[in-house]
Design a protein around this ligand. Sequence first.
Ligand code: SAH
Ligand code: SF4
Ligand code: F3S
Length: 471
Amino acid sequence: MTLASGRPTFSIHTYGCQMNVRDSGVLARRLVAAGYSEAASEDAADIVVVNSCSVREKAEDKAIGKLLMLCAARRDRPGLVVGLTGCMANRLGDGVFKKVPGLSFSFGPRAGAVLPQLVERALAGEAQMWVPDPERAGEGASENGVSAGDGRGREGDAARSGRPLAQSFVTILYGCNQRCSYCIVPFVRGREESRDPGVIVEEVREEARRGARDVCLLGQSVMRYGKMGFKWPDSIPSPMGFTEPLPRLLELVAREVPEVRRLRFTSGHPLGVTDELVRAMREIPAVCAHLHLPMQSGSDRILRQMRRGYDSSRYLEAVRMLREGVPDIAITTDVIVGYPGETADDFEATRRIMEEAAFDNAFVFKYSPRPGTDSALVEDDVPDGEKCRRDQVLLADQDARGQRLNDRWIGRNVEVLVDGPSLRNASRWSGRTEQNKIVVFDPVDGMNAGDFAFVSIEGARPQTLFGTVAR
Ligand code: SAH
Ligand code: SF4
Ligand code: F3S
């Protein structure tokens, strides 16, 4: 491979959740700041970093397969640097070099600052370097990576992966201290750690400077923001009279970064849905009428075994508070099918509660035992065929429900943040409503991605609205 044509180029391949998407963006900026540039495609890159997910076995299988393929590609691309980060990096530690001997380096998701150094050493020929997460991510440390005002535009963002530029993420809470029986995240993302509000504001401002108009604040259990080893600084008042950290943070970010017209936060938890949070969602104009509130199951018996900390009636109570307090709110969820011991009755309870909660959208996952978790100690006794069947049933239910709920938008005028050409049909454009619903429409002259526009809704499908730009 020849590097003579210019600076070495990189590509980052991202699996997993929005937190990984955020981390990949930050890693890319770190590399750009260190003098590397983003490759036009992964095939053309000198350095490929895989940002991995461990949440289900399949996610890990994909990442391992990808790494092996990349290392094999060295036959044609000698000198290709292949690195790993993300949750699987933490789960496997230096054990990953047994599975993927050709790997240049691996580092934990909170150790991203070392990436430029690892790349430099790898380009010089070093291999199999492993850097674990630091004990604490470092109070006050910003993830901006590139100093503000460098004028370099958006290189190194997820732009090429097709993610809309106007929508962005900022992590506000690292790790997770809950111990849901099935979940690997606490093992691979470490202890819960709330980030400093001043640093968060600075990072949101940086996203706005890069064009973001919709920012989602991230935490695995985001409503735990500010609950552990943290005191909201006395120097930051709450004119709206909030006392809880998350409402205060939403108020602060909305006030300090008005360019961000839409603020979201995810993932929610029913026990975190307080009167004050509902008031924040209603009264802070930038905070969107949208919440992702994973339910996991509608069976009280299964919820207890999952150690989720709520039962179905507490969950529905949170939904009621949100619907009463936040006009037009869209609520989406995650559900696991085939948890060990899940009976036909448990499953029917899930179907029933999903209908009662009237979810706008639902992500359904087939249970996958994860090493080291408590539920992996009991038999994974729901056969795969039955998991698939339950998955299909919930998706069909959700389609019918989504159609019903989306039909209610027909005839209304909604404001969308324009994403640009739609993925399915480039002659039509798409955008998102405050509820995060996708709207497809014909673009009008002078319209650009990142604009806000009003669209009058004329048609609906379970996951999409269709309309005409209003003048
Ligand atoms: N922090 C989020 C969830 C992060 S993982 C929360 O608590 O809501 C995203 C989703 O993956 C979870 O909501 C759950 O539905 C699913 N999931 C987690 N572990 C899983 C497992 N072992 N098997 C199948 N799905 C799982
Ligand atoms: Fe996993 Fe539960 Fe933490 Fe979510 S809250 S990341 S499901 S342990
Ligand atoms: Fe996966 Fe890690 Fe996110 S396990 S879902 S990438 S926190």
